[in-house]
Design a protein around this ligand. Structure first.
Ligand code: ATP
Length: 318
């Protein structure tokens, strides 16, 4: 994907703000379709997916500093390590090494995307760090160059640089945009208590599939892409799908109640997001989304509920 995205000098000065700080907002992702193929020799599964960025955001602020530090507030505070293992730090170091600049910045993460929720929050934060540090350090990489670094940080990171709706292939790191007239899709996001480990969910899928004669090939998403072009939520609802859902339900059977509650409240469809345990629901419009969100909150089947529309752009300076 090629995109002219560098701000001009005046924009750059205003975006830096009075205190030399840079702020980047990055969305969560859901998978409108997640088709999982066989396990590859490198330990990853071949996947075919349709990513969709939704308006549930983390925010990363970068300021000049004498070394590289990370602080945070919001989701995961006190649980998420802020050391070299954090994807924000790993992304900043990867950019500094690539551009041959010192990795000096004071980074602050404001987190709304739940940890290990199947919404790719860690990948989103890595994408935000690439964009924020590129701006702070004036390294001037194109979004496609950043995507090259992103792919080494995690399969979902390149998508979160671009956002929108995109087809992902390989292990998900190879993305191409879905060209369809802009449409607002209304989603309800049901956040579970605790997370699910993505590798464990894939391992559970392999276990469930062990009785199959041969691993299935990666499925096609042509019907889903046609549904997006039709811009009819009922048609899209019928085309949504996630091969990881049986594995997530097997590890967390209570998710079935969450899905049933949302659909009984009028959602057109409900599905586990990525590796779960977050569940997402498609609604016909904003009013129906509010009714579904209220029903989920009243039923007490999840920890938190968000309304979120899509598709939205990926990591952007604000
Ligand atoms: P995916 O769907 O991409 O597998 P997920 O949404 O299920 O991801 P994430 O919140 O992205 O889960 O995080 C998975 C793990 O990554 C966390 O449990 C944590 O150990 C690690 N991690 C490292 N940095 C971060 C970060 N900035 N935010 C969240 N998790 C991080």
């Amino acid at each position: 994907m090629t995109e002219a995205w560098r701000p001009d000098d005046e924009d750059e000065r205003s975006r830096r703000g009075a205190w030399g700080s840079v702020k980047v907002r990055v969305p969560a992702k859901i998978n409108l379709r997640l088709s999982v193929g066989p396990l590859r020799p490198d330990g990853y599964h071949e996947i075919g997916t349709v990513y969709h960025a939704i308006a549930l955001y983390d925010e990363l602020t970068a300021r000049e500093g004498d070394n590289l530090t990370l602080t945070m507030d919001g989701e995961g505070t006190g649980v998420l390590a802020l050391d070299e293992s954090n994807l924000v730090i790993r992304a900043a170091r990867a950019l500094a090494a690539h551009a041959r600049v010192p990795a000096n910045a004071r980074l602050h993460l404001r987190k709304q995307i739940p940890l290990a929720g199947g919404l790719a929050g860690g990948s989103a934060d890595a994408a935000a760090a690439l964009v924020a540090c590129d701006e702070l350090w004036g390294t001037g990489l194109s979004r496609d160059e950043l995507a090259g670094l992103a792919a080494d940080l995690g399969s979902d990171v390149p998508f979160l640089l671009y956002g929108g709706t995109a087809v992902g292939t390989g292990r998900g790191e190879s993305v191409s945009p879905v060209l369809a007239r802009p449409t607002t899709w209304h989603w309800v996001v049901a956040v579970a208590d605790g997370g699910l480990s993505t590798p464990q969910v894939y391992a559970e899928l392999d276990r469930l599939r062990a009785t199959d004669a041969a691993p299935p090939p990666v499925g096609q998403s042509d019907d889903l892409l046609a549904a997006l072009r039709q811009r009819d939520p009922l048609v899209l609802a019928a085309a949504l799908g996630n091969d990881l859902q049986p594995a997530a339900l097997s590890l967390r059977p209570a998710l079935a109640d969450v899905l049933d509650t949302g659909v009984a409240a009028g959602a057109l469809a409900g599905l586990v997001s990525g590796s779960g345990p977050t569940c997402v629901f498609l609604a016909a419009d904003g009013k129906q989304a509010e009714a579904v969100a209220d029903a989920l909150a009243d039923a007490g089947v999840c920890r938190d509920v968000h309304l979120a529309y899509g598709a939205v752009p990926g990591a952007r300076l604000v």
